[in-house]
Design a protein around this ligand. Structure first.
Ligand code: FAD
Length: 455
């Protein structure tokens, strides 16, 4: 009886514990991906994410075919689809790697019970996080609310296991279950085709992900600590979409970084880089404990924040990169064109939306969700709440990023600004900027005080 490997946010062959379990079981393997926009609580993917998913599934399908396998594509509520495929194929086992969102966990738990009741072997594995959320808690057994002790506790845990090798063969059964045609899912934009910039920038799929990790460690790791905040240097790893879709695993990143670590500046950089992987873990753990992270303030006093009525023209100016604030406009245009934005600039553009425009962080989170290729159910809301001040270990609300000063500090020659918004020659706000920075900063602080006075 064949084994089903249910691929989700782990679109890779190497270091894939669910796939490894199927290979060890020594029966034909049905590699399955389910496009699920129907199950309760599942957040539909944004446009840029769908674009990435298409490319990554195409690549995974080719790689499986090269190894005697086949990727089966189905659409529908995952719980039902998996049981259908199991029945049709007479499968004896189902394996997957765990995910940590509330709705996702509920689906997986139900399915596990149902399949086991039908007599199938079902096993799930840790593949996307280095540390399972229920294993990292404070002395009092509660989740960590602050990053530094969280990451210290993680590092005191047994070291993450070594990555698993890539299988040479993934034998499909004689009769594979029928599969949708990937193109029929319409994951790619057609009219208008806004994805030209994404195609120029990215090659989704595991081989490109592995190559990027190798190149980053060989060429850029040494300068990471010094230049990671300067958007024009291109010195960060750009691995976020790879990790989001699981084209590489954090285990591979962890161990390859440890091997490349060396001494001196490079060792300091390696520690810094791994702590960013730690922030990814922290965001996922926070989602595990607070499944409403994308919609609810983690700190409930922010429920009383006096958001003024939304001005749609201001939101649109922000989305389109037409605010008259050079660093903000450059960032928003980089995002629209490439599906990614540098971390420092994400903080600046988010702070500008929330504090200078006084627009609810959720509107910004939704825009990023739709336009980022790395849009992640944990990291995106986690970081938006971080900037808003309502989240875990968040920046205090009264820290309002000043985009002019940020430009001076991190893009002193306006290289990044001129790359994405060539009409500007410096980071200074223009006369027709949609808001005045000083005034709106004061307004934000007053709104915050009003919230604090709310009983
Ligand atoms: P590097 O500096 O090379 O870092 C290595 C890896 O560490 C990243 O690939 C990422 O997986 C992880 N990482 C780094 N910083 C963070 C962080 N602050 N939080 C969580 N993980 C981190 N990251 C996402 O992956 N998906 C998102 O949807 C997302 N939304 C964000 C929204 C806002 C408002 C902000 C301020 C940040 C957001 N981030 C998000 C975090 C961060 O900006 C990106 O992970 C980073 O810019 C990706 O570039 P890189 O791979 O070159 O990062």
């Amino acid at each position: 009886a064949p084994s089903i490997v249910w691929f989700r946010d782990d679109l890779r062959l190497a270091d894939n514990p669910a796939l490894r379990a199927a290979i060890d079981r020594d029966e034909p393997i049905i590699a399955l991906y389910v496009f699920d926009e129907e199950s309760d609580g599942i957040r539909p993917l944004g446009g840029a994410a769908k674009w990435w998913l298409h490319g990554s599934l195409a690549s995974l399908g080719e790689r499986l075919a090269e190894r005697g396998g086949a990727l089966v594509l189905r659409r529908g509520p995952a719980g039902r689809v998996i049981r259908d495929v199991a029945k049709e194929s007479g499968a004896g086992a189902v394996f997957w790697n765990r995910r940590y969102g509330g709705a996702e966990r509920a689906i997986d738990a139900d399915l596990k019970d149902g399949l086991r009741a039908d007599g199938l072997t079902v096993e799930s594995f840790a593949g996307s996080l280095l540390f399972e959320p229920w294993t990292v808690t404070t002395g009092a057994g509660t989740p960590y609310a602050v990053f530094t002790p969280f990451w210290r506790a993680c590092q005191a845990m047994p070291a993450p296991r070594a990555p698993l090798p890539e299988p040479r063969e993934v034998p499909a059964p004689g009769r594979t279950p029928k599969s949708d045609d990937l193109d029929d899912w319409e994951l790619l934009p057609t009219k208008p085709d806004w994805a030209a910039g994404l195609r120029e920038t990215w090659e989704p799929g595991e081989p490109a992900a592995r190559a990027r990790l190798r190149d980053f460690l060989a060429e850029d790791l040494g300068s990471y600590d010094d230049s990671r905040d300067e958007p024009s240097t291109g010195s960060t790893s750009r691995l976020s979409p790879r990790l989001r879709w699981g084209e590489i695993s954090p285990y591979q990143v962890w161990h390859e970084t440890a091997e490349a670590r060396g001494t001196g500046a490079k060792a300091a950089s390696a520690g810094r880089f791994l702590s960013e992987i730690g922030w990814r873990e922290f965001a996922a753990h926070t989602l595990f404990h607070f499944p409403d992270l994308a919609t609810k303030n983690l700190r409930s006093e922010f429920d009383a924040f006096p958001w003024p009525r939304l001005k749609p023209t201001q939101l649109e100016a922000w989305q389109k990169g037409k605010t008259g604030i050079p660093l903000v406009d450059a960032g928003m245009r980089e995002l629209w064109h490439t599906g990614i934005m540098h971390n420092r600039i994400r903080m600046v553009t988010a702070s500008f939306l929330i504090k200078n425009l006084l627009i609810d962080w959720r509107r910004g989170e939704e825009w990023f969700w739709d336009t980022l290729v790395d849009a992640d159910g944990a990291s995106n809301p986690f970081n938006w709440q971080w900037v808003a001040g309502s989240g875990a270990d968040a920046a205090p609300y009264f820290r309002v990023f000043n985009p002019e000063l940020q430009a001076k500090k991190f893009d002193p020659r306006a290289l990044y600004i001129r790359q994405w918004a060539p009409e500007y020659s410096s980071g200074e706000a223009t006369e027709d900027a949609i808001v005045e920075l000083g005034e709106t900063r004061k307004r934000a602080l007053a709104a915050y005080e009003e919230m604090r006075r709310t009983p």
